[in-house]
Design a protein around this ligand. Structure first.
Ligand code: SF4
Length: 427
């Protein structure tokens, strides 16, 4: 059977034009990139977890829910970690659970675009939707990112190649600048590749801002000659509609969230001369969703600590890697994320020493470390929900396949069962 216009839940683009043909022995995927296509084959993954596991042995569903509630209910400082390939409805239950338990709740941005989100809170995000980019943009700046490999359909679906309402000739009417110390597949497409020295993003943005404000510069900044900086500033001022796509190259380089704050202030400044926006290339499909609901729930975007009965946020203190590396949490629930494959050694060592529960679709390093493993439903395939695209547009994702799990309808349902059991056990 052919299912049309399905939403992909892999990268932040959340492409909603994927067609899936499910037959008895095969899965055919149309329109998706190779990353998206691989995800749909998880529907028939032989590695799929179908039964709960407690201490390495298959267990009953109710026992796994009870054991999870018991571990989390007894913990003095539990951490609830919400992955990004689950719906925002699931994340809301995780946040409620952390608040009820007086624990900490965190999400993937703690390890990726956290500095970008902090930059937004400092400076405000001058932004727009990807649809507006497609219809209007004539200057595309990819700064510290390589979308051809990280967001394979960004250029073909929204930014460079498609024809837009005001860009009838598509790519012929758009100029591409890439700011990156490395040569990548994206730099090969660029009209101008600015090969900046590593960790000099803040300095280069300051220099561009100075030129835009009427000052002259006579020295290279970050290895970029003054004439190139002047040319870049002129291109930004004279375009009709410009976009800076920022990637982890900026968020992870020296300066961290100050780089992003600077980028947002630079974009605001250019708007005195031309229309300009900034978009973050969010890597995971619903990582933006966690920041959205965490912010409207608590005022903070990630790493929120409820141990004092009010939400507290202090990056470096209330964030996953720091809490684990310092041994400050005594139980962890991970939903749809593989912490075991991504955290630094000190954090993993503590994770291995404390009770760990994972709600997961297939086996991974985290499930190998877990005391309790609860099978999960594939979001955006076997259950519906809301996902936020990288431009913060919420998209309702539909289900098109039947879940093999009988005891739960969705990740939301599983987490609600756990929360109800915790409340019951605590009276
Ligand atoms: S570009 Fe991203 S959202 Fe689109 S199909 Fe590929 S992985 Fe999925």
């Amino acid at each position: 059977m052919l299912h049309k216009d399905i939403t992909c839940s892999v990268c932040g683009l959340a492409c909603d034009d994927i067609d899936i043909e499910l037959t008895k022995n095969d899965i055919k995927v149309y329109n998706a990139c190779s990353m998206g296509e691989a995800k749909y084959h998880k529907l028939r993954d032989p590695n799929r977890i179908l039964k709960p596991i407690i201490d390495g042995k298959e267990a009953g569903w109710k026992d796994a829910i009870k054991k999870t509630a018991e571990i989390l209910g007894k913990a003095k400082r539990p951490l609830i970690f919400m992955g990004s390939e689950i719906s925002t409805e699931s994340m809301r239950v995780g946040i409620e659970m952390a608040e009820y338990l007086g624990g900490v709740v965190d999400g993937n941005s703690t390890m990726c675009h956290g500095p970008t989100v902090l930059g937004i809170q400092e400076a405000g995000l001058p932004s727009a939707t990807l649809g507006e980019v497609k219809n209007r943009a004539d200057l595309l700046i990819y700064w510290g990112c390589n979308p051809i490999e990280s967001h394979p359909r960004l250029l073909s679906r929204y930014s460079l190649f498609p024809r837009g309402y005001f860009r009838e000739h598509g790519g012929q009417e758009r100029t591409v600048i890439v700011v990156d110390p490395r040569k990548t597949p994206t730099t090969e497409l660029a009209d101008l590749h600015i090969q900046i020295e590593p960790n000099k993003d803040f300095e280069l943005m300051s220099a561009i801002g100075a030129v835009i404000n009427g000052h002259d510069i006579d020295k290279a900044v970050g290895g970029v000659p003054p004439q190139t900086i002047r040319r870049l500033a002129e291109m930004m001022k004279s375009c009709k509609y410009g976009v800076i796509f920022v990637g982890l190259g900026i968020a992870s380089s020296v300066g961290k969230y100050r780089n992003l704050e600077k980028a947002m202030r630079l974009v605001r400044n250019i708007n005195k001369y031309s229309r300009f926006i900034l978009l973050a290339n969010r890597g995971h499909s619903n990582v933006a969703g966690f920041n959205q609901i965490m912010t409207w729930t608590s005022g903070y975007p990630f790493g929120v600590d409820y141990s004092k009965g009010i939400p507290r946020f202090n990056p470096g203190e209330t964030t996953t890697v720091d809490l684990l590396a310092r041994g400050e949490v005594d139980a962890v629930l991970v939903v749809g994320a593989d912490l075991g494959a991504h955290l630094p050694r000190e954090a993993i060592e503590h994770l291995a020493d404390i009770p760990l529960i994972s709600v997961e679709v297939a086996h991974c390093p985290t499930t190998l470390l877990s005391n309790v493993v609860i099978p999960d439903v594939l979001n955006a395939m076997e259950c519906e929900g809301t996902f936020y695209r990288m431009d913060n547009v919420p998209i309702h994702v539909r289900k098109f396949a039947k879940s093999p799990l009988k005891e739960t309808k969705s990740t939301v349902d599983t987490l609600k069962q756990v929360l109800a059991e915790i409340k019951k056990s605590k009276g």
